[in-house]
Design a protein around this ligand. Structure first.
Ligand code: FES
Ligand code: FES
Length: 172
């Protein structure tokens, strides 16, 4: 099986019925996607497969042969965060962080197909994602902020809206 993960091509040794989640974590040491329910119910293992959010615990390698896979590691780095990562950081959308890889990849995919979602549409898109810390309001606030076009400086913890910079923690 051959897959491209975050831009790097890999020939995998894992058997074809290995889940993509296990192959990413155990063979490739890509541990951003988290192991939760392993039954498709919690969303924490979500990655992008050819741009679509998919639950990697449910995908055997045989079904993703030749695919382009993007995990949370492929979106940005701590110094150059993807706007969605920076927004989660700014808006306190990540507490323990266990759900964040799935929430963020699914949110990036949502804005790709619908750049101006309503709050309800964001809730629906993330409906199958469980946050054990129950930080749903902050998570949805973060996705809405990216959709509004707010930009973030992750290093300085500031947000810019209409040319005005606001530090993290200041009221909106
Ligand atoms: S671990 Fe895949 S959906 Fe829960
Ligand atoms: S931030 Fe802890 S599970 Fe969501």
């Amino acid at each position: 099986m051959k897959i491209t993960v975050n831009g790097a091509e890999h020939e995998l040794a894992s058997p074809p019925l290995t889940s993509l989640l296990n192959a990413l974590r155990d063979e490739l040491n890509v541990t951003g996607p988290k192991v939760g329910c392993q039954g498709g119910n919690c969303g924490t293992c979500t990655v992008l497969v050819d741009g679509e959010p998919r639950r990697s615990c449910l995908l055997p390698l045989a079904m993703v042969d030749g695919a382009e896979v993007t995990t949370i590691e492929g979106l940005g780095t701590p110094k150059r965060m993807h706007p969605m990562q920076a927004a989660f950081h700014f808006y306190y959308g990540s507490q323990c962080g266990f759900c964040a890889p799935g929430m963020i990849t699914a949110s990036v995919a949502l804005l790709e197909r619908n750049p101006n979602p309503t709050r309800k549409q964001i809730q629906n898109a993330l409906g199958g994602h469980i946050c054990r810390c129950t930080g749903y309001v902050k998570i949805i606030d973060a996705v809405e902020a990216v959709a509004r076009g707010e930009s973030f400086d992750g290093a300085e913890l500031t947000r810019s809206r209409g040319g005005e910079a606001t530090p993290k923690g200041a009221s909106a």
